[in-house]
Design a protein around this ligand. Structure first.
Ligand code: GSH
Length: 206
């Protein structure tokens, strides 16, 4: 890989961590540039014009091109690697779990973590407070579906780690910060240990 890779990120974000973890597992060096999303640093005119018109991190900069969306960035990094199944069905099944992560898991599990652990319950808006029960129920449902699948699968797809595991690991392993009790999901807990034991694994705080 000859192009210079820069991750535009907010380090505590699980979406940003997915990209660091993928790169670490594959031994790909990444430069990092930080933005404080609590101070609106991804909403400045310069960020919107130069990095991501959608005003969000992560963005993987590949040379002079910018790739937003965490799972897209992981796919770019892992292209032609062991983290993407060669089998056509398994490849699509990996994407199925990554779309599930973005639609059913992250908006609930990650959002509650952000609201409760980063903004703080006392500082939530009325609208955010009103959404807490529904987001908690939807997050629980996502974790329960994962638990059911993992009860008889070591990893989400096939017999080894893929991007589906990385995408779902990022916010699941810190779901407790959003008030989710992972002890209620024993198969998820066992899978978290298997992902953390992968050679080259990197913690979120690294
Ligand atoms: N679907 C996007 C979500 C990106 C996202 O929501 N980023 C959040 C942090 S995890 C953000 O930049 N928030 C700051 C803002 O919206 O101003 C992805 O997977 O990368």
């Amino acid at each position: 890989m000859t192009e210079r890779l820069t991750l535009h990120e907010y380090a505590p974000s699980g979406n940003c961590y997915k990209i660091r973890l993928t790169a670490a597992l594959l031994g790909i060096p990444l430069e990092r540039r930080g933005y404080d999303i609590l101070k609106g640093e991804t909403r400045t005119p310069a960020f919107l014009a130069d990095v991501n018109a959608n005003g969000r991190i992560p963005v993987l900069q590949i040379g002079d091109r910018f790739l937003p969306e965490s799972n897209a960035a992981c796919v770019w990094l892992a292209s032609d690697s062991r983290l993407i199944p060669a089998d056509r069905f398994d490849h699509a099944d990996m994407l199925r779990w990554m779309f599930f992560e973005q639609y059913n898991h992250e908006p609930n599990v990650a959002t509650l973590r952000f609201w409760l652990a980063f903004i703080g319950e006392a500082a939530l808006s009325e609208s955010q407070r009103a959404q807490l029960p529904a987001r908690r129920a939807a997050g629980q449902a996502a974790l329960a579906l994962m638990d059911e699948h993992l009860a008889d699968h070591a990893f989400f797809v096939g017999e080894s780690l893929t991007l589906a595991d990385i995408a779902l690991y990022a916010y699941t392993h810190v779901a407790g910060e959003g008030g989710f009790d992972l002890a209620a999901f024993p198969a998820v807990s066992g899978w978290l240990e298997r992902v953390a034991a992968q050679p080259g694994h990197l913690p979120l705080s690294a």
